[in-house]
Design a protein around this ligand. Sequence first.
Ligand SMILES: Nc1nc2c(ncn2[C@@H]2O[C@H](COP(=O)(O)OP(=O)(O)OP(=O)(O)O)[C@@H](O)[C@H]2O)c(=O)[nH]1
Ligand SMILES: [Mg+2]
Length: 569
Amino acid sequence: MASVSSSLSLCFLSPHAQARSNKPPRKQLSLKKPKSISPSPPQPLSFVSGGQATTYTRLPPRDDDLLFLSESATEIKLSDLVIPTHKPKKPTFATEDKIEDDEKGVPAVMRCFDRAKIYVRSGDGGNGVVAFRREKFVPLGGPSGGDGGRGGNVYLEVDGSMNSLLPFRNSIHFRAERGSHGQGSKMNGAKGEDVVVKVPPGTVVRAAGKDGVPGDVLLELLHRGDRALLLPGGRGGRGNASFKSGANKVPRIAEDGEEGPEMWLELELKLVADIGIVGAPNAGKSTFLSVISAAQPNIANYPFTTLLPNLGVVSFDYDASIVVADLPGLLEGAHRGFGLGHEFLRHTERCSALVHIVDGSSQQPEYEYDAVRLELEMFSPEIAEKPFIVAYNKMDLPEAYEKWKSFQENLRSRGIEPFCISAINRDGTRELITAAYELVRQRIEDAKDESWREPAHFSHVAEMVKKQRTAPINDFEISHDTTSNTWHIEGAGLQRFVQMTNWKYMDSDRRFQHVLEACGVNKSLIKQGVKEGDTVIIGEMEMVWHDSPTNSGPNRKLSTGSVKWADWK
Ligand SMILES: Nc1nc2c(ncn2[C@@H]2O[C@H](COP(=O)(O)OP(=O)(O)OP(=O)(O)O)[C@@H](O)[C@H]2O)c(=O)[nH]1
Ligand SMILES: [Mg+2]
């Protein structure tokens, strides 16, 4: 028997490790800034070091993070790193009952940081009631049963104070309240309370996927204040006062409230940053962020100090400010799941420009540069095509200083003009961030010239639900299972009608038969050869077809005298 589903449940088809004590040498070399490498700073810009900052909730470095570091080694070499392998990732969700094997080693806080799976359900409508006016001196008071209240809606709203999806670790079910039932004296039920699910800016909302295939993107909530009506609550059932007509002045019928739709959603956070800082582990990315903004990321002399992205706001004068994201370090083979940085690269998808920090003290800075570029390209050609600036860091260290010239020449031969900085001494950092800001500004100006884009349309999911609800009752399909002599009638309008029918009232059965007759179900069944005793299933209802020998032809009808609920498959 084919499975029978509720008419209103939504289905969208559709280390090289330097010892910690190995501090940078005291001997400080003055940083030479060749004219050619300092970009000519854009005219009126002045950089105000340390703007406001938002720093992500993040894990402190743990000793386990160092387990894979070779203690005897003194230099980071990308290829030498022994990093726990994460198999090519499938989008997995911490809220899933079963956590994938390859995710087991990843602390929960990281699994939940930028992905979550939640369940939302709007409120059912309240039931209508059958009641009659009983008053002294009013002998025939008439029907007075009120309608049920509408169920609460589900909204998604951007909360600017949130910066991760971590709150969804604890609560994943969001149900709006059901509408109150109607009462006598024509009192309608109250509307159910709405539920507002708060998400951080930059959240992409998808319908939950199946078998590892991500679902359709429903919404992109990018900015503070963005609010979307996702699931409208169910309609309240009508009370008998609403059924009064000239033909039936004493209706003994009321409807049940309409069920609120439900669905599982997958949330994905993509940081809304203007600039992304990328580079190999330990290159000095977090140090750079800490000197250009007020962000206070953890900085330490071992790879993968940064486990989750950090955000900093860099302020320039005349009200200009940009958001800079410091990402976990990238390793050679990251696209195959080595290290952590790859997990977070998608956060650069929305950046206007990248700052690529190269550790000048590494054995082969050019090789490190190439390896990280390659990883970016492997991850996404779109990200690799973003404008970027290369910054050669740790110029205060003699070994970095020595290799600078050859690095500069190597990159120049490819048409790239690298910067040299000492993040720790704040040398060259101002020029670097100013140049990065110029790239962002340029990008914004280019975007202005691009054709106008339609503003985000936030109510299309709710409209889809409404459309499904208003499906005409005579739009149905009949299928026949010959082995069990069962007829399945599928049609959103008809199924909704069945769901809202309250069988305990006397007139419900009559109205039901009348509707089946009027919308052509009986006629179509007879045409297709329905026989005495056959089972007919509409929505959750299972009925038996009776041919009355005395009433042949169109008078033959479905018996609801033996109503029983269909089994859920
Ligand atoms: N001598 C010197 N050391 C630096 C400089 N910048 C960063 N460091 C040091 O390099 C080490 C790594 O710095 P981080 O800023 O944590 O590097 P990161 O790129 O964020 O590292 P991960 O987050 O692990 O990928 C720290 O010990 C810093 O003090 C610099 O300009 N000169
Ligand atoms: Mg870091």
